[in-house]
Every structure is written in C-alpha cells, then in structure tokens.
Design a protein around this ligand. Structure first.
Ligand code: ZN
Length: 565
C-alpha cells in the first residue's frame, strides 16, 4: 500500500467547485482517497498551489508525420539535447522531441495526460509504437476519418448505421479514441489536384460535400455514444476570410444538438480565425467566432496559440502544407495515405515583425479572452504547429497578465497591433480558470471521468506549483507565473512522484485509452464481409493485417460505449 498526503496546498479543482481553498489531498495506490494512515509520505505544499495533472486535448506527439518531422529537421535537434540521467534516457528535439523527451517535458510541466489528435488509420500501428515509448503520461489517439473513402461512400448512400458500424470497427481496429476530421473532403480532393473552397463544394469522385461529411460523422458520434465529440479541423485553414468557414461548420450541426454537452469541437481556431480577403488586409476573426461560441452551447474550441520563434508544422491537411511550402519556400514532406487521408510537414518561423504572424498571435489570445465560458475553450498551441508545448507557461502568463501581453505587444508588427482588438481587452484569467482550460475542461470534453479533478476516486494525477497567490500579485509578476508553470515542484502520476523541481524522478509508462462501442454483432459481421471486398479494391494490404490487437499496446485501457445500433 502506497500512501501520500499533500498538505496545506492552495487547491484549484474546478470540476469540484474548489477555487483556491487550503485543503489536504490524500492518495492511496494511485487514487484520491478521503484519508491516509500515519505512515503516509507527506508532501508539504504550504505556499504552493495544487491542481489536477494537466490534460492536453490536442498535441502531435506520435506517429508517422511526427516522425517525418524528426527526420526532416536535424537542425531542430542539434540545438536542444537532453543528457541521460539516473532516471531518464537521452533525447533531442525542440519542436519535435524524441518520444521519451516528450514524456519528460510534459511531466516536468505538471501534465499527465496527452492526446495525439491525428493518426492515419493505416499507420496507427506506428503511432502506438511511439505512444508506447512515451513515459510518464497517459495518452490516446484520434484516427483521421474525414477523407476516408468508405466513410464518404456510406454517407453518400445515406447508410448512416453502416457508417457508424464502420467507424466503430475502425476505432476498435486502430485502438483509437475519437473521430478526427481534417479538412473534410478537402484532402481527398487535393489528391486529384483540386481545392475545396466551401462547405458545399462537392468532393471529386465521391459526390459528397464537407457539410455532409461533418453532419454524418456528428450523427455517427451520437449513435456510438463516444466519450469525446467530433474533433474538427475545418476546411480553408490558413486562408484569409476563413473565420466564416469556421462559423458555418459549427452552424452546420446546430440542429443536431440535444441541449446537453457540446457536439462539435473545433480545433486550433487561431488557424481558421482569419478575417479579411488577402494577406494585406488579414485581420482577426476571433471576435466573431467568440461571439458565436458565447451564443451557441453546442460547440467547444481550442486555441492553437502561436508562439514566436522556430517550429515545425505538421498536419493531415496536405493542401495547406503544399501552400505553406510554396509561401515560405521551406523544405517539406507530403504524403498520401491510400484510401484514408494525407499529410504534410513544413518547418516554419513565426516572427514578431511579420504582419501575418503577429495577427495570428493576437487571434489565439483574443479567442481565449473573448469566449466567456472557460469550459468550452481549451489551451493548446496545436503542438508543434503554433509552437512547441513547452511554451505553455508563456501562454498562461499572457492569459493571466495584461502586463505580459502588453510587453509582447510592444514588440510585434505595428500595423498588426493597431488592427487587433487585443490591446483593448482587460480580462485576466484567474488560477481557477487556468486550471479549467488546461485540465478540468479538456478532461470533461474527452469523457475522462477520473481525470482533471481531485475528488475521491479520481486518478492521483496531481501538479504542485511554486506560486503563492496570497503573497504575490500574480498578474503583475508574469515572470513568476512562467517560472512556476515551467517546472512543477511536484508532478504525481497515478500516485507516484514522477517529477520534482524540474528533475524527472520516475520511469513509469502511462495507459493508452481506446474506445469500443458494442455495435450489434450481426451488423458488424455484415460490415466485415462488405469491407473485405473494399479492402481488395482499395488497399495494398489484406484486411487481416489491418487491425491492431490489444496486446500490441504496452498498457491498454479500454472504454466501452453503448451504441444505439
Ligand atoms: Zn493539430
């Protein structure tokens, strides 16, 4: 029996309504409990804050495109080397860290759960191999389904139950967690040299539109009762004026809402929050998007905050990556994944002095500060697309401190500063709101009942930071905020201390969550018969070689859902 008492900390646990109270947290065998015995190890959290472990809903940490990014960028690794220590392997990587370094760096910041948001189903075996070698955090991955030939065929034919059975089979086969949609129909269209511009542009050869794909998969999500909602990267990413597509995409499923939890998550909205009609008059569409989110409760969003500096962009949005390669002149990789999806990788440098980059920086922060409900806006940088996840402390400082924003704003492109609303926004996030947007809200959105909070029965994933809100005016001291969130005093994962004062102290490997829906066996049997012939036509591999068995994963954790078919 392993017991720990975290005593005298100032606790921020928004899912349980705790906002800065002095409380003791008790842990036994990896879970939060009501009390512990006298022999329990005591961690003194006096003068410190205590939060649930961080939960990252969208961070590209594993899989074939991440690995392509590593291969493409030796210069990214040379400047950032981690030496071997007693508890750690050596590693490299600034914007695309090696697998073990990824786990260590998240753990140091107090993060304990991270979801990889885009895996091509056919390449998910590789994704799991990498997830399995990332230590200290729980994880999961979202298979890409918005350009999948079978999904598009089923939806075109109006066979929604068969589509649901296929998605269920796919999640089981790939050990995936949620439905990811990237540039619905647009990646397939681009495979034939065509660009989709709007939600109602038909996809070549499939006679289906992005609107129909998003609506269809939203219905499928509901039929399968999946723990998360459809996770959507909209069409037109990176194009001036695309904030309209973002709002139209959210609005396309509004009538499907049952008044309960949100039904669509729009990811990295910074990249799809551009107003204007060209790069010259580009502006922030964040006020319009935030207004829509404030008025419509069927949606949630995450930021995709830009961090100035060097990074590596990577996305299933092949057409956008082609465009970015042309725009920047930087080297690139682009891939088509058989009948499923595509992807691209391009290094990028966000400059303060660049007008467009400075507007992008402003869009993410405006969105975070203008959406009123912190339960529906999550903090991300779309790692590594907006910047590396190791920059989260900077984002927290910008959200909590007007002074921090003003300091950065004084250095950005002047025209961008004049055109952004950001200088007029006074809001400063509280620690409770930070705890919401970095752990409680994403955990709730992902349907992780035992994560993102510290009530009895929750997983003992706990972060303790060296900040004393009773002694310091935090918003006036952004440097303190950055320092504290960069290196947690303690990170506990499943009740074990895995990081202490920025030093890794554990060697454990977390769980990999995946979802299975109990679709009726006869429907599934019919489906498998049907997709056997499709596999012969569409794929270079046999159907038998496609599914990933549970014992392929180091530490699988199945979540079962009751399907309505
Ligand atoms: Zn992403």
């Amino acid at each position: 029996m392993k017991e720990i008492a975290v005593v005298n900390g100032t606790v921020y646990d928004p899912l349980n309504g705790i906002d800065g109270q002095k409380l003791d947290i008790f842990i036994r065998d990896g879970k939060i409990v009501t009390s512990v015995g006298k022999k329990a190890r005591t961690i003194n959290a006096s003068g410190k804050i205590v939060m649930p472990g961080g939960v990252d809903i969208h961070s590209h940490i594993a899989g074939s495109k991440v690995n392509s990014g590593r291969l493409l960028r030796p210069e990214d690794h040379r400047k950032d080397v981690e030496l071997k220590t007693e508890h750690t392997y050596s590693g490299v990587g600034y914007s695309v860290p090696s697998t073990r370094t990824t786990g260590y760096r998240y753990a140091k910041m107090g993060y304990t759960t991270v979801f990889e948001p885009a895996t091509p189903p056919l390449k998910t075996r590789h994704t799991h191999e990498e997830l399995d070698s990332i230590p200290l955090i729980d994880k999961a991955c979202f298979p890409l389904l918005g350009n999948n030939w079978l999904v598009m065929e089923y939806l075109r034919e109006g066979r929604i139950n068969e589509c649901a059975a296929y998605v269920s089979w796919m999640l089981k086969a790939t050990k995936g967690y949620a439905i990811k949609i990237v540039d619905p129909g647009g990646v397939e269209a681009w495979g034939w040299g065509r660009f989709l511009r709007g939600l109602d542009d038909p996809v070549a050869n499939f006679d289906i539109t992005p609107r129909e794909i998003v609506r269809g998969l939203c219905k499928v999500n509901k039929i399968l009762n999946l723990p998360h909602i459809i996770h959507v990267h909209t069409n037109n990413l990176g194009n001036p004026g695309n904030y309209r597509t973002t709002i139209e995409t959210m609005d396309a499923v509004k009538d499907l809402w049952d008044g309960k939890r949100p039904i669509i998550h729009i990811t990295h909205v910074q990249f799809t929050g551009f107003s204007g009609s060209s790069w010259l008059n580009l502006g922030s569409g964040a006020p319009e998007i935030a207004d829509y989110v404030n008025k419509n409760h069927h949606v949630s969003v995450d930021l995709g905050q830009v961090i100035f500096g060097d990074t590596t962009t990577m996305t299933a949005d092949g057409p956008f990556q082609y465009f970015l390669h042309k725009l920047s002149g930087n080297k690139w990789v682009n891939v088509d994944v058989e009948a499923e999806t595509g992807s691209g990788v391009v290094p990028f440098h966000y400059k303060r002095s660049n007008y467009v980059n400075a507007v992008q920086w402003g869009i993410g922060l405006e969105l975070a500060l203008l959406v009123n409900d912190p339960w529906r806006v999550f903090m991300t940088t779309d790692h590594p697309n907006g910047g590396p996840f190791t920059s989260y402390p900077k984002v927290i400082a910008w959200l909590m401190s007007r002074k921090a924003r003003e300091k950065t704003m004084s250095k950005i492109n002047r025209t961008a500063r004049r055109r952004l609303d950001l200088p007029t926004i006074d809001r400063e996030y509280t620690l409770g709101e930070i705890s919401t947007v970095t752990r409680a809200a994403p955990a709730r959105s992902l349907g992780l009942a035992n994560k993102g909070h510290l009530a009895v029965g929750a997983d003992a994933d706990v972060a303790i930071y060296d900040l004393d809100p009773s002694k310091t005016d935090l918003e006036k001291n952004p440097i303190l905020l950055r320092r504290a969130f960069k290196e947690a005093s303690f990170t506990l994962k499943g009740g074990d201390v895995v990081s202490k004062d920025g030093k890794i102290a554990g060697t454990s490997f977390g769980k990999t969550f995946y979802v299975e829906s109990d679709v009726s066996p006869s429907l599934e049997a019919d489906l498998v018969k049907e997709i056997e012939s499709k596999f012969r036509d569409y794929y270079t591999i046999e159907l038998d070689n496609y599914p990933i068995s549970e014992n392929f994963l180091r530490n699988p954790s199945k979540i079962t859902c009751e399907a309505d078919i």
